[in-house]
Design a protein around this ligand. Structure first.
Ligand code: TRP
Length: 357
């Protein structure tokens, strides 16, 4: 039977030791909250950028929570279709990559009422100006203005919702890319202000820390960062033939000799990086071995490396895909755990705020 300690986890901060050493020595001190918005299948950029790191942390014995941030999908689009399939496919990607649902909690935040209720007290702790200054909100507001659209209230407040995702379960470590750092800052601000304003300085919420990953940037077919919206991605769920077809489309240059020069030859370097990640070997060494064989040989190497690396994952994915009921059960169990924790957190919040009647 899965059971979770009461909140809060203590602050992580222990500047005397590097974070990785702390994780190895005492994984039980860490609760990692991380997540994705369910907008489509995961690709190699997600895999090498975050997913592999999550599985690594899980295997190190860290308590891992993965939020499927379904409400966030509604922030910037009018209608959303097929969300249930997208969410099930996301769970499939997680499990295939090695996420273990017995120890890791996978949940959809729309299924956890008390998590969402935290958004209201949290909104009372930030100003409109602070939200306007959040870089993502600012960029989205600008894009909306340029397109003569309105900015939804949900988008405007989404950093606060994200704070609720993290704080409801006492997450104290959040692996993020640089672009998400301002959200962690708002989360810390909310935790601090809650403790000061509503809890007389007691720690109801510990301030989480960002775990900045030196995750590699994976480039896609057009030489830009791999992303679903650019249509340049290799998905985990693609089969080997489709993977080969996408890699054929990757841009290269006309120089016959393969060399690893990220500044001068970014597309060739991007392909070498991908092979290097899959083979766990240095990119420059691979370039040296290819010598003057040209980009066809480079692409053959990358195709083989990617397909080989993903073979066990894809095999597991196919096996699990046949049993949708099992995926639903896993989500239901994750949601049940999240509801249990969120209810307890909301009770503490109610007690602190004096809203118990
Ligand atoms: N905003 C994140 C993204 O777009 C997803 C997300 C939602 C998240 N809630 C979170 C990430 C909490 C970390 C912590 O990818």
């Amino acid at each position: 039977m899965f059971s979770i300690d009461a909140l809060p986890r203590t602050d992580v901060h222990d500047s005397a030791r590097p974070l990785e050493a702390q994780i190895t020595a005492s994984p039980g001190r860490f609760r990692v909250l991380t997540g994705d918005r369910p907008t489509g299948p995961l690709h190699l950029g997600h895999y090498f950028g975050t997913l592999a790191n999550r599985v690594r942390l899980q295997r190190a014995g860290v308590d891992l929570f993965i939020v499927i941030a379904d409400y966030q999908v509604f922030t910037d689009r009018d209608g959303v279709t097929g969300l249930s399939d997208t969410v099930h496919d996301l769970v499939l990607d997680y499990l295939a990559a090695g996420v273990d649902p017995d120890t890791t909690t996978i949940f959809t935040h729309s299924s956890v009422p008390a998590l969402n209720q935290l958004v209201l007290p949290f909104l009372s702790l930030v100003t409109v100006g602070e939200l306007q200054r959040n870089p993502t909100v600012k960029a989205e507001a600008q894009a909306a203005a340029n397109g003569h659209r309105g900015l939804s209230g949900l988008l405007f407040s989404y950093p606060v919702h994200q704070a609720a995702d993290i704080l409801f379960c006492g997450g104290n470590l959040v692996p993020v890319g640089r672009d998400q750092l301002p959200h962690i800052e708002i989360t810390r601000l909310i935790a601090r202000r809650f403790n000061e304003r509503y809890a007389g300085g007691r720690t109801v919420f510990a301030e989480p820390e960002a775990m900045l990953s030196e995750a590699p940037v994976v480039l896609g077919a057009d030489g830009a960062k791999m992303s679903k919206s650019r249509g340049n991605a290799i998905n985990l769920s693609d089969d080997e033939d489709r993977t080969a077809a996408v890699i054929k489309r990757f841009r290269t240059d006309s120089e016959r000799t393969i060399s690893y020069e990220p500044q001068r030859r970014p597309e060739v370097a991007g392909l070498l990086d991908l092979a290097a990640l899959c083979l766990n070997r240095p990119a420059a060494g691979l370039a040296g071995e290819l010598g003057n064989q040209g980009s066809a040989a480079l692409k053959a190497l990358v195709t083989e490396a990617v397909n080989e690396h993903l073979r066990p994952l894809r095999q597991r994915r196919r096996e699990l895909a046949g049993d949708r009921a099992q995926l639903s059960r896993i989500l239901a169990e994750g949601n049940r755990r999240a509801v249990d924790i969120a209810d307890r957190t909301l009770n503490r919040v109610r007690a602190a705020m004096g809203t118990t009647y």
